[in-house]
Design a protein around this ligand. Structure first.
Ligand SMILES: [Zn+2]
Length: 249
């Protein structure tokens, strides 16, 4: 029906209607597991929204596109079978346990949290997604972030990044501490930074608010800088450091 509707409106039109039809058809395709067709419609919607300067629609569309890529990736892993498909299935089950009793949720949280450091990028991404989708897990991540900030920055940043990626929604922007305080009740800023190993842009890295205004860069070690935070790269899986020339704290 959306295809029929699309035929009734001007193809070159940039009206709200075209965007709405494309979005709805994309979500329909996605439900039918036709991910490529969904991504095609989302790309068309994004292009129109960008042309119109509709920032809100651009952000929504980027968020749904990112989710759809994840869904597609998961479907591919599942179809591929083998130990990885089995592992992801176990993780999905742990994701369900996050909603159950406190003891079950705690154990599931510990499992998924350690999967954030897995050698496989698909496993890391799935762990982050499952934790970010559950409000109890979000509360636990907030306390891990705060509790470990001074004692175990590696663990703290790992927890904080799930929060950062949840907020960022693919926009790759800096997020100020005031905004995260409204969202999570904690004062933490987030920034994108290029990996010191592979050069890919990692987003949603938790930093002190001052870190947004002090020059920083991604490097391979924590040497020759005033302050550095360890970050596990989303892409190459190596640890790099976001480093500041003067201490931003
Ligand atoms: Zn990297």
């Amino acid at each position: 029906m959306y295809t029929e509707l699309l035929g009734l409106v001007d193809e070159g039109s940039t009206s709200y209607n075209v965007c709405a039809i494309l979005r709805n058809r994309a979500l329909s395709y996605r439900s039918l597991k036709n991910y490529d067709a969904a991504l095609e419609d989302l790309a068309r919607e994004l292009e129109i929204a960008q042309r119109k300067g509709d920032q809100l629609r651009v952000m929504e569309c980027q968020k749904i596109t990112k989710e759809t890529h994840e869904w597609k990736r998961n479907a591919e892993i599942e179809a591929g079978g083998g130990p990885k498909a089995e592992k992801i299935r176990e993780m999905e089950e742990a994701g369900h346990r996050l909603w159950r009793t406190e003891a079950e949720a705690e154990a599931a949280f510990e499992t998924l949290f350690s999967d954030l450091q897995d050698g496989d990028p698909d496993v890391r991404a799935a762990a982050g997604r499952l934790l970010a989708d559950n409000p109890n897990a979000i509360r636990k991540l907030i306390s891990v972030y705060q509790d470990c900030l001074g004692s175990d920055p590696r663990k703290s940043v790992l927890a904080g990044r799930v929060l950062g990626r949840k907020m960022d929604a693919g926009s790759q922007q800096m997020i100020h501490a005031q905004i995260s305080a409204i969202r999570f009740g904690i004062q933490v800023a987030f920034t994108p930074c290029v990996c010191g190993h592979c050069g890919q842009l990692n987003v949603g890295i938790p930093v002190p608010e001052g870190g947004l205004y002090t020059p920083f860069y991604g490097q391979q070690d924590d040497q020759n800088c005033a302050y550095a935070l360890p970050v596990l790269c989303d892409f190459c899986g190596k640890e790099f450091f976001i480093a500041w020339d003067s201490d931003p704290r």
